[in-house]
Write a protein that binds this ligand. Structure first.
Ligand SMILES: [Zn+2]
Length: 400
């Protein structure tokens, strides 16, 4: 499975992946998902949003009998120049864990599902976890349809081009109800496991840190870079630069992380004084109040320069089901339970009231959202084993 996925959407220059929602690459990945299901004699259903679901067993009959299904899976899309593991590891491991259980003759009491969430990274339309947000009603269909990509193509138009009816888009309670429990396996996006003294390839997730995005905007006056005396300038970049430095300092002071990774400069000429700079601040931390303090410090600096800070999105702390996390950690031999600063569809489902857990597979460098992202095959297989154990436990039947 890994080898089949490897070339899809890979950039020949950087070696990174460019797999964006509702593109040709995405269509190829979706076809791969259907083929893997069919190879196992299982059907794929697609919900109103375009998320793909495979069921081993009948989820509706089980639900009627009071035994809702156990779902695992992740996403197949990527950030620009993303790594191979973020997302696909969870989907491939889901199929591999299902194979493991079937090879052992396991007969589940509850149906087991595998999901491919569409548009998790939000790389094209700017909103992360769009597939699970619309599914659960956390984002309205109208807002989703009106989001546009860098070329001005709306999500509605992209859906149409991909052969889907944009009017179909909307919350899908019937699909969500089938998910009694959700377990997402994901590559670790940090170095916690590799810094431990013992050899621990897999951890259980405890919570997702509070995180948000803010737009920082500073204003100046466009003028000639050669003929305008320094004392006559109104340079929007100076205030913006001060804000970026302030963000780093504030993050250090308040024990958070802060990033300005995207900037737009007007007029954007090498020999022109900037009249306007807009940049996006991403701030996260274990403690909500601390993240708010970082943003307050940055806002103070931006306003000192006559600029403006606007909140684009905010997601509070998302705890996963603590009882479920304990059960998984115990079942897997007392492995660590760790928090994460990265957002996931699992967080959206948890916020929608679905008992949710995550498994993290060790990443030796901690690098993610980059072609350097990595996990050893040995650790990936340990992840598959852990997932199979957890599915067997949660889906009942003969434990393996
Ligand atoms: Zn991911």
């Amino acid at each position: 499975m890994w080898r089949d996925l490897e070339p899809i959407g890979r950039d020949g220059g950087s070696g990174g992946y460019r797999r964006f929602a509702w593109t040709r690459e995405d269509a190829t990945l979706r076809e791969w998902f259907v083929a893997e299901a069919e190879r196992r004699g299982l059907d794929v259903t697609t919900d109103r949003v375009g998320n793909q679901w495979v069921w081993w067993g009948d989820p509706d009959a089980a639900l009627a009998a009071g035994r809702p299904g156990v779902v695992t899976g992740s996403h197949l899309d990527s950030v620009p120049d993303g790594g191979a593991f973020d997302g696909p590891l969870g989907v491939v491991s889901a199929f591999a864990a299902l194979d493991t259980l079937r090879d052992k003759g396991f007969e589940p009491d509850r149906p087991i599902g595998i999901v491919n969430f569409v548009d998790e990274e939000g790389a094209r339309f700017g909103v992360a976890c769009a597939g699970s947000r619309v599914l659960t009603g956390a984002m309205t269909a109208d807002r989703a349809r009106s989001l546009t990509d860098a070329d001005g193509v709306s999500m509605a138009e992209a859906l149409g081009a991909a052969g889907r009816d944009p009017a179909e888009l909307g919350p899908d309670a019937e699909t969500v109800r089938r998910v009694g429990t959700f377990v997402e396996l994901h590559v670790e996006q940090g170095r916690h496991l590799s810094t431990l003294d013992e050899d621990v390839p897999v951890a259980v997730g405890s919570d997702i840190w509070p995180h948000g995005r803010w737009r920082l905007r500073t204003l100046g006056e466009a003028n000639h870079a050669g003929t305008t005396r320094l004392e006559d300038r109104e340079d929007a970049m100076l205030g913006f630069a001060a804000a970026v430095i302030a963000a780093r300092r504030a993050a250090e002071t308040h024990g958070c992380v802060a990033t300005v990774g995207k900037v737009a400069v007007t007029p954007g000429g090498v020999n022109a004084i900037p009249s306007e700079v807009t940049g996006w601040l991403d701030a996260r931390g274990a403690d909500e109040a601390a993240v708010r303090r970082v943003v307050a410090d940055v806002t103070e600096v931006v306003e000192e320069f006559g600029g403006l800070v606007v909140e684009d999105s905010w997601t509070g702390s998302t705890p996963f089901d603590p009882g479920l996390a304990r059960r998984l950690a115990t079942r897997l031999g007392g492995i660590p339970v760790i928090g994460t600063g990265a957002g996931h569809d699992a967080g959206i489902l948890a916020n929608a009231g679905v008992p949710t857990a995550m498994l993290f597979v060790r990443n030796p460098t901690g690098i993610s959202h980059s072609p350097e992202e990595f996990a050893t095959s040995e650790d990936c297989l340990a992840g598959v084993d852990a997932l199979a154990t957890v599915l067997a436990d949660l889906a009942g039947g003969d434990a393996t």
